[in-house]
Design a protein around this ligand. Structure first.
Ligand code: 26V
Length: 808
């Protein structure tokens, strides 16, 4: 462990001087905010010295550099994480206490940067953590949005969005690198000139903006490697400020140019709302790709000169989903237009450098851009895509039966559109899915034509999560207990969590597992009381579904279960229900009506259930507003049931399933995404699986034999009743009935098979919760889940990427 402070005394001395010099006040007169700022500045400066050592090591050993291009990085708060990773958390906490401060209080001042939507962005952040831990020279390349994902407030049960002004007080971790700014050109026209018998192209008349990088240190556990995350901000190019207009008093005109440039990095787009086709989004994609490629090549040039054929040996560029798909064409543009390479050589270098991960099979999620828009905004990049496409089509093997269909499925340009997924596959040497089932579906369905052509490109990399953030940091009481039992080795190598299996038969230990869970439930209950004004009982089962709201994730199925249990309890006070708190949290994209209505339904059911003394002893419903990394870290440790109930075949992987498992929750889920791997690792008897499997879903849909009305009519007392309650005022008191949900189910024929899986789901829940009274056995299953969760460490995932894709 490379500790940044040897002793409390050393820390205190450095900290005192950091606080006083930054604030200009004697320590006693400084505010908690001053003290927070000074603490981050001190840790950040220590991190940067290690970064310098890391950089020297990478340079001296000629280590391969991995660049992870992602339009989202959901990094969460960093202070506690970095104190843990540098091995000084307890030392700092004690020292601060002795100085009359409290670490946890100071930590609350840190903004929680919401530079991502959900799973995809958080995965990128866990990967940075693991690359640094594994000693990989791995760098994030992304966007610095002025406003993060909207803040969610609940008003009369409904979601309201307000801006997330996360930068108002500044962000103490970042360093602006004006010297590394890159000029990015949009629009203009391509000019070709002949030079020594070869055509050369450049673009004239572009509208330029300046991409300015901000670097954030990434501290790996153990403190030996500090990498960096580089995020780009869009600004006007200085000399284009209209001084004449300003001097003439036309401030609006002078500012207009600035506003237009800054708009590019102003907001984060929801990835799951079908918000495609927005010109600003395309500008974002090109900005962080072009600026990123420029800085990658700059570093390469300094180390290896212009010997470009060495690029794949020293550099790997990974594209997280299709948002960075322009990496291929942009790299080609630089190599061919600026470095003067022949097309074939440049193409060989490009495809050997780039790799691609797919994160969803939903057809409506596949990015496409109208050629007309694309070619106007990025004329030279478009020409290059057109040339890639022309050569792909020309080289296509026409000897096989059905080649026409295969070419149509895999083409880059089709129907007046640029298909970004196909572009990504064609520009990459590796294509991977994020869980076994997901990769199977890619190979057999979504990308089957590519798989038939180049099966060797395809591979699976099941997702993972950081055990430092989601166990050590989020769940200190459990982490302490684990360390007492098996030592600290699990922080380095999460596979060591399997040593916990030896304690599954130890009643005293299981007792302590239960006590730690209880402590976490009390901690969450206190948060819920503060945030929602709702009292929840830490002795009830905490049943948790926290994730983005989406039809296929079926939060609707969960709340139908709650409505059904409520109805049955009202009808029969002797109906036995294990006392449960049903906890929901998550955001819906602002334009996604169905998802927002589901949130309103949950809050409306909560309003009725929580105020009905006939059921209050056995159930409460709680919607925690504004789900984000910081409150997620309070929720996962308190969970006992992990709801993973997507329609089978739809959830690519899921990662909250892994976070909850590691924290000792039992999965109540379908055979979907990484749930399948959870069951394989922990045994079906330690989870609770229900519902149709992916092949059964396919078969049912293909047969055309699912009829919502039949389901409704077959079960009037329970399912039928729940459906009726959507429109009969039972839950309308807060802000009305739920006709649109009703229509979606009954007239849209229940696309996500909520009604189909309803009976087996509620039954599975009842069976699972009946087992809660045997607390010893429940705690044993919880511990068993933790013991089996080590494989889901993102360290394991990253080692697979390193060995099988990046060759780093
Ligand atoms: C995009 C869209 C766009 C159009 C409307 C519907 C829709 C639905 C979902 C998406 C998701 C975009 C990609 C994404 O975030 N995938 C998530 O990636 C996680 C990390 O690999 C994975 O755990 C989740 O299962 C997967 O949904």
């Amino acid at each position: 462990m490379n500790r940044i402070f040897e002793s409390k005394e050393e820390f205190k001395e450095l900290y005192l001087s950091s606080v006083t010099s930054l604030s200009g006040k004697p320590f006693e007169m400084t505010s908690d905010f001053d003290r927070f700022q000074a603490l981050v500045k001190l840790v950040a400066s220590k991190a940067r010295s290690v970064q310098t050592e890391t950089e020297k090591r990478v340079h001296d050993t000629g280590q391969k550099r991995v660049y992870y291009f992602s339009i989202e990085f959901l990094i969460g708060r960093l202070l506690d994480n970095y104190l843990i990773n540098f091995g000084v958390r307890d030392l700092v906490a004690e020292a601060l206490k002795e100085m009359g401060s409290n670490l946890e209080t100071l930590e609350e001042y840190e903004p929680d940067p919401a530079l991502g939507n959900g799973g995809l962005g958080r995965l990128a952040a866990c990967f940075l953590d693991s690359m640094a831990h594994e000693g990989i020279a791995g760098y994030g390349n992304g966007m610095r949005y002025r406003y993060g994902l909207f803040k969610q407030e609940i008003v009369n049960g409904a979601q309201h969005e307000t801006t997330d002004d996360w930068l108002v007080h500044g962000y103490p971790w970042e360093v602006r690198r004006q010297d590394k700014a890159v000029r990015i050109g949009f629009g203009g026209h391509v000019v070709g000139t002949e030079e020594n018998g070869r055509m050369r192209y450049h673009t004239e008349g572009t509208d330029d903006v300046l991409a300015v990088p901000y670097d954030i240190p990434v501290v790996g556990y153990g403190g030996n490697t500090v990498n960096k995350l580089r995020v780009w901000s869009a600004e006007p190019v200085e000399e284009e400020f209209d001084l004449d207009a300003f001097n003439a008093g036309d401030y609006a005109k002078a500012q207009a140019h600035r506003a237009e440039a800054e708009a590019i990095s102003a907001i984060l787009y929801p990835n799951d709302a079908g918000e495609h086709g927005r010109l600003l989004r395309l500008k974002q994609e090109y900005l962080f790709v072009a600026a990123g490629i420029n800085s990658v090549l700059d570093t390469f040039r300094k180390e290896h000169g212009s010997d470009w054929k060495l690029l794949p040996q020293y550099v790997a560029i990974h594209t997280n989903d299709t948002h960075p798909a322009m990496c291929g064409p942009e790299l080609m543009r630089v190599l061919v237009d600026e470095e003067n390479l022949e097309w074939d050589e440049a193409w060989d270098i490009t495809t050997k450098t780039i790799s691609y991960t797919n994160h969803t099979i939903l057809p409506e999620a596949l990015e496409k851009w109208p050629i007309s828009t694309f070619s106007k905004l990025l004329p030279r990049v478009y020409q290059i895509i057109d040339e890639i496409s022309r050569r792909y089509n020309a080289a296509f093997d026409r000897s096989q039966d059905g080649w026409q269909d295969r070419l149509r499925q895999t083409a880059i340009l089709w129907d007046g559109e640029v298909r970004m997924a196909n572009l990504s596959v064609i520009c990459s040497h590796s294509v991977n899915g994020v869980a076994k089932l997901h990769t199977d579906i890619l190979e057999r369905e979504t990308l089957k034509d590519f798989y038939a052509l180049t099966p060797q490109k395809f591979n699976n990399k099941t997702n993972g999560i950081s055990p430092r953030r989601f166990l050590a940091e989020a769940n200190p009481s459990y982490a302490k207990l684990i360390t007492e039992a098996i030592g600290t080795g699990w922080l380095d190598d999460a596979a060591e969590l399997s040593k916990l299996e030896a304690f599954e038969g130890d009643p005293a230990f299981l007792e302590r597992v239960g006590a730690s869970k209880h402590e976490n439930k009390v901690r969450l209950a206190n948060y819920v009381r503060r945030e929602c004004g709702l009292a929840i009982d830490p002795n009830s089962i905490f049943d948790v579904q926290v994730k983005r709201f989406h039809a296929y994730k079926r939060q609707l199925l969960n709340i139908f279960k709650v409505m059904d249990i409520y109805n049955r309890r009202i009808a029969d006070p002797n109906f036995r229900v294990a006392p449960t708190t049903f906890i929901f949290s998550g955001k819906a994209a602002s334009s996604y009506t169905f998802a927002k209505e589901t949130i309103r339904l949950i809050n409306s059911v909560a309003n009725v259930v929580n105020n009905d003394p006939r059921v209050n002893e056995v159930m409460k419903v709680c919607f925690i507003p504004n789900f984000r990394v910081s409150n997620a870290q309070l929720i996962y440790p308190a969970a006992e049931i992990s709801e993973q109930i997507s329609t089978a075949g739809m959830e690519a992987s899921g990662t909250s399933n892994m976070k909850l498992m590691m924290n000792g929750a039992i999965t109540l889920g379908t055979m979907d995404g990484a749930n399948i791997e959870i069951v394989n690792l922990a045994g079906a008897e330690n989870e609770k699986i229900f519902g149709l499997t992916a092949p059964e879903v396919d078969e049912l849909r293909a047969s055309g034999m699912h009829f919502a009305w039949d389901m409704y009519n077959a079960d009037p007392d329970r399912l039928g009743r729940v459906i009726d309650e959507l429109t009969d005022d039972t839950f309308a008191a807060l802000s009305g009935n739920f006709e649109s949900i009703y229509n979606e189910l009954m007239n849209g024929n229940d696309h996500d098979l909520v009604m189909k899986d309803f009976a087996s789901y509620v039954q599975a829940w009842e069976e699972l919760t009946q087992g809660y009274s045997d607390r010893m056995d429940w705690n044993r299953r919880a511990l068993h889940n933790t013991a089996c969760s080590g494989w889901f460490s993102s360290d394991r995932t990253i080692r697979e990427y390193r060995d099988e894709i990046w060759g780093a």
